[in-house]
Write a protein that binds this ligand. Structure first.
Ligand SMILES: [Zn+2]
Length: 124
């Protein structure tokens, strides 16, 4: 720990601000960004981020990251399985698309069932 980091210790009101679940999730998902970037986004001090990460046994070691092949904008964070190499933004969008697709499938299935029912009962 450097001298400037030591000075932050003790004066930081930031230390006393409770971490919300959303912040903890962000810290966990973005661990590869390192404490400075995470601190900037969460409006905390890098020390606060490092202390919290240590308590959660999360390593903030920087690793080389790939840019998302879908949007080409955001980094792919590989700490969660099952995202098919997408960034978090594309992943959330994909989930929303999948839910809309499911709703559309259900509506289409209802249409089909109604049409079949009408046919089977000799209506129209
Ligand atoms: Zn993306």
């Amino acid at each position: 720990m450097s001298d400037s980091e030591m000075k932050l210790n003790g004066v930081s009101r930031d230390e006393k601000r409770r971490w919300t679940d959303a912040e903890v999730r962000y810290l966990s998902a973005h661990r590869a960004d390192g404490s400075y970037l995470i601190a900037h986004v969460l409006k905390r001090t890098p020390l606060s981020v490092r202390v919290k990460a240590a308590r959660l046994h999360i390593s903030l070691d920087r690793k080389p990251m790939k840019v998302c092949p879908i949007c080409g904008t955001y980094f792919v964070r590989d700490n969660k399985a099952g995202r098919y190499g997408m960034c978090q933004v594309c992943w959330e969008r994909r989930k929303a698309d999948a839910m809309r697709e499911r709703a559309a499938e259900r509506a289409a299935q209802r249409d089909y069932d109604n049409a079949k029912h009408r046919k089977n009962t000799g209506g129209a």
